[in-house]
Design a protein. Sequence first.
Length: 113
Amino acid sequence: MNSDCIFCKIASGEIPAELVYQNEEFVAFRDLNPQAPVHVLLIPRNHYPTVTDMEDPAVIGRAIQAAGEVAKKLNIDNDGFRLVINCRDNGGQTVYHMHVHILGGRFMTWPPG
Ligand code: AMP
């Protein structure tokens, strides 16, 4: 745990969030500033600042799999959804604890802004 990290604090329960899913490795909660009817962030309990700090590809794979479980749980899997991982400044990352955005409940346009 990184004591300065807001998402570590959400994972540990120190800061409240609306949790929608959790297992031993990941936690998923509603984004405070939703960009779609369903907007959830999936985070690993372990602190990795960015996706490129995740050296074990198996952890990345399990994160994507868990995001799919969240989509099923929130009933956006049949209509479809979008997973986004922003990485560093040009990617638009603002919180440096790797997170997967799970966006659904509306049609997503392309390209992103
Ligand atoms: P990113 O720009 O990819 O780093 O995404 C960070 C996301 O975290 C943004 O969509 C924020 O709205 C969201 N966020 C920041 N603080 C919180 C919080 N305390 N609870 C829920 N979502 C948060």
